[in-house]
Design a protein around this ligand. Structure first.
Ligand code: UD1
Length: 337
């Protein structure tokens, strides 16, 4: 079965549904530190199938070892991590402990298994920082991380690469996500930020739903077409599919010591105002917003060069920004009921 850590989180849950849809058996480990048990019912309802669920913290090495004794694990997709950039600057050690220790525990267990254990690591385009060249290809140099969160992704990639280099049975891929948004088309699962959302799209949908008074656009004096920052927003269902493509690529190519990195984006850049206007169009809601100051640590523009994933993984994002925003809105509306 495929072990999905953080499988009740936003990207994890969508990937679990995509795996179940393709008849994979799935084992979720999640400690519920930033997710809700209700997501499990959403997964069952969206897929019509049940994953196995174990609730524990992967920092616990004994429990992680026991998991590998209790189940036959033949692939790992490792999502479980903290992801709030701002919070990571206030609690750096919590971020290093939580994002690195479980990764090491999983790899230590995986290397002891008799067969090949493909390993997929959730990384981020944040490793590129303010890139020299747009669109950003995988050859873009890695910049010094701008936050402890970003650093955990850089260090995580290095740990995975170094482990794969030595242990032939953990062929691995690091996936560098651009900006995942949206929800499952069934509206049974979606993003569930605890507290005030830090990311743009959940803030937009909560504002439209009346939960937040207005959205603050973080700066409109950037050197872009409308002065607001540019990102590559990718539908979470496309992103989920990419994990299956990566897993199947490793399984089919069957190369010991395989390690590579892939960007996951659409290749298109959209500004904050572009997203606001697209949301207003697809939802029919007008969105109250104000222009505020720049947010510390934001890069001006980041969007992906996508040909490597297209060629090697035979995967490409197919859903539009309108579909992504519409699905996010449908999800937000059903949350209120
Ligand atoms: C960043 C990282 C991403 C990382 C993520 C974790 C980059 C390029 N991206 O995403 O890799 O995984 O953090 O959270 O480093 N905005 C507003 N108002 C808001 C919220 C956001 O104007 O209330 C703007 C931001 O300034 C930014 C855009 O919306 O320009 C997207 O912000 P957000 O959704 O937080 O994602 P990133 O910061 O791009």
């Amino acid at each position: 079965m495929i072990l999905v850590t953080g499988g009740l989180g936003f990207i994890g849950a969508h990937t679990v549904v995509a795996l179940l849809d393709k008849n994979h058996k799935v084992l979720i480990v999640d400690d519920l530190s930033n997710s809700s048990i209700s997501v499990l019912a959403g997964i069952v309802s969206a897929s019509g199938k049940s994953p196995v669920f174990e609730q524990f913290d992967l920092k616990n090495k004994q429990k992680t070892e026991q998991l590998f004794r209790d189940y036959t694990i033949d692939g790992i997709i490792h999502f479980a991590a903290y992801k709030a950039v701002g919070e990571s600057t206030e609690k750096p050690l919590d971020y290093y402990e939580n994002n690195i220790t479980p990764l090491i525990n999983l790899l230590l267990c995986a290397k002891e298994q008799p067969g090949h254990i493909p390993f997929i690591f959730s990384s981020s385009c944040t490793v590129y920082g303010e890139a020299n060249t747009l669109p950003i290809s995988e050859n873009e140099p890695i910049k010094m991380a701008m936050s402890p969160y970003g650093n955990t992704k850089q260090i995580g990639e290095e740990i995975v690469r170094d482990a794969t280099n030595v242990y032939a049975n953990i062929p691995s891929i690091s996936l560098r996500y651009f900006n995942p948004i949206g929800a499952h088309s069934s509206a049974k699962i979606g993003e569930l930020p605890l507290g005030v959302p830090q990311n743009l799209v959940p803030f937009i949908t909560q504002t439209a739903a009346g939960i937040r008074e207005s959205l603050t656009v973080f700066g409109n004096d950037y050197p872009t077409h409308d002065g607001t920052c540019i990102r590559d927003y990718i539908h979470v269902e496309d992103l989920a599919q990419a994990h299956i493509a990566a897993l199947e690529f490793i399984q089919q190519s069957n190369q010991p010591h395989f390690y590579d990195v892939f960007n996951l984006g659409t290749g298109k850049g959209q500004s904050v105002l572009d997203i606001i206007h697209a949301f207003e169009r697809v939802s029919g809601q007008s969105l109250p917003y104000v222009i505020g100051k720049r947010r510390k640590g934001d890069v001006v523009a980041a969007y992906a060069e996508t040909t490597k994933a297209e060629k090697m993984l035979d995967w490409k994002a197919t859903r539009t920004i309108d579909e992504a925003l519409y699905s996010a809105w449908k999800w937000e509306q059903q949350l209120k009921r």
